[in-house]
Design a binder for this molecule. Sequence first.
Ligand code: ATP
Ligand code: MG
Length: 509
Amino acid sequence: MAQVTFEEISASDFFYRNRDIAGFTNPSRAIFAAIRELVENSLDAAESLKIPPDIYVRLSFEGEASKETQIYKLRVEDNGIGVPPRHIPSAFGQVLFGSKYKLKQQRGTFGLGGKMAILYGQITTHQPACIMSSNGMSRIYMYKLMIDIQKNRPLILDRKVLLNKEQWRGTIVEFCLEGDYLRAMPKILDYFKQTAMVNPYANLTFVDPKGRLYKFTSVTKDMPKPPKETLPHPYGVDVELLQRLIHITPYKNMPEFLINHFHRVGEKTAQKFLTFSNISPSKNPKKLSHEEIVRLMHMLKKFKEFLPPDASCLSPLGEELLKVGIVKELKPEFVAVHQRRPATYAGHPFIIEVGIAYGGEIPKRSAFLIYRFANRIPLLYDEASDVSVRVINDMNWRRYKAAPDMPIAILVHICSTKVPYKTVGKEFIADRPEVRKEIGNGLREVARQLQHFLTRREHVDRERKRLGVFSKYLPKIAQFSTTLAGKKKLPDIEKLLKSVKKFGGEEEV
Ligand SMILES: Nc1ncnc2c1ncn2[C@@H]1O[C@H](COP(=O)(O)OP(=O)(O)OP(=O)(O)O)[C@@H](O)[C@H]1O
Ligand SMILES: [Mg+2]
């Protein structure tokens, strides 16, 4: 009889076997994903201190791995908050370990990205990663580590504590990985450009393996308001979450339990809800039976009077910064931006921001240039599967005088405490009806502004042409009429031209 064997694998073993789902599909994509994950961590680290990020990325050539792939050393340095020394090994050597499993908008979500980059480096080059970090106080901590993939634990190979004479603050991550930079180059440069677009307050420097320097300098010191951590909204809870909250709660009656553990529940709302659901206010939450917890969850979802989540846990870019970013990177002739009001899907708050830019340095192509962002991260792969692209393709652009072959760039940014990514590689957004609707409404608003601009321009063009015709033929007509009338003195046509010009000139402004 055939034997079936069962075994358990660790989280890092799972991602080692399935690295495609984290975006590490091939040498070209892996090198892009590694840079992106580390830059993302650095941006979060600086923003959590409320200071403009200053990030230096260097990719240097180390040797040939095969015909198409090379070994590179990647170094990313930031001016962020630093990692507490006791957490450095796990933060960089244990998959699904992180500080961002919180209800507030951050780029990091899964506790995976940085480790995936290091893990990929380790399995392709068999070398350890080196991490240096300091919070700007007296010491710098240096770790050389690898990941024990089967146990999902960091393997510390070396540890040093250095004196921090210069009071340097930040984190440096350095490791080797296999990659195909030549193929990845356009995407990597695009990534930096787009990151600069939605983080116009950040300084980004990239030195590529040929020693070429790409600098994206900040154009503003203004940063979006930082997000606050929030509590779960009653419409988004499930039984597991209720059980966890009941387990940790110090509160001994229902109103206090609801008010202190849920977002948007005040005293009055709690009373109303308890009457609505026929639950005694004096009930101790720890005494709720399993059936009662299931019922509580259903009632929370049914009660119509909870206000929607507020947006303090979100940090949208804002119309001003969005415009600054677009103008800085795309240098268009016209730009319109719009921020939607906060909305929710499945109890998670989100805000959509959109922008449309026309002309200037935007190239003419056969399709619109689409920029997608989530929590200020550019999304560069799997465009066709993204909800924004579907909405854009479904819109009737002719109504707005726009067509895909015009030099038009469209930008969509979603920020949320939980961006509905479809993969852990954070490449595209799921088609949630609430999200789709907000994107559609936002796009229609900026499309109307573009239409207005294009109509005006058409008018100005027409006027300019008319003016051209006047100034070409009027002198001839004057000459001809003078001869015909048997006069010698030409009439003063300057006055006439001036009045037409004045009209045309005003329109142009
Ligand atoms: N440059 C950095 N500065 C400060 N802390 C960092 C830095 N890089 C990583 N960390 C810490 O290490 C943790 C793990 O990072 P990692 O990229 O693996 O996961 P994440 O950012 O939490 O989530 P995601 O998988 O979405 O990237 C982070 O949550 C953060 O606390
Ligand atoms: Mg990360």
